[in-house]
Design a protein. Sequence first.
Length: 220
Amino acid sequence: MIVYGKRVVEYIIKNHPDIVKELLISKKLDKKERNYLKKFNIKFIDNKTAQKLSKNQNHQGYFAKIDFNPQEWEINGSKILILDNVTDMGNIGAITRSAYALGIDLLIITGIKELKWPQVIRTSSGAALDMKIVVSHNILELINILKTKGYLIVGADFGGECKVKAEKVALIMGNEGEGLRKKVKEKLDKILTINMKNNFDSLNVSVAAGILIDRIVNEC
């Protein structure tokens, strides 16, 4: 697996050096950078190769070949975030970053065929390597399991409350364009809402997730 971008590569080097198999560098390193990276196997590549590896995205000259195998996690923890039918890997990565930073215990992703780990690791700035992530293919069955475990099932939608308090909360964020599906709404215990101003009715799902995560995690 190859990930790219200076920030995510630096995060991996600092926090997970054991998974780094090789660094691919397409820029000139100064003395400080060379000293910092000297314990890793480094291969210098030309810009054409770098552009091909990054599919013409901004790579900043840093690539890392990593040996990463996602773990299987049990469904537990006091605060769970569920992404249902959120398909954009950039949004998933951004939400993963916020979820890990703000203290979500488990992130469950439903409604997609496959999680593209390199993209999620990159767009989460490496947080996906540390966040407990589960991919589930049946959200209704998942909700039933969570209810038997005592979770309050909360969905992000209009016309609900500004804050909820419960020992165990599972917050569900819906699709980027359409929000929560009807069959999911029917199983909710509560709705959590972000009140809009200035006659504007929507936020990017990753921004909304950050706001609502803070509401279910923090008391202040």
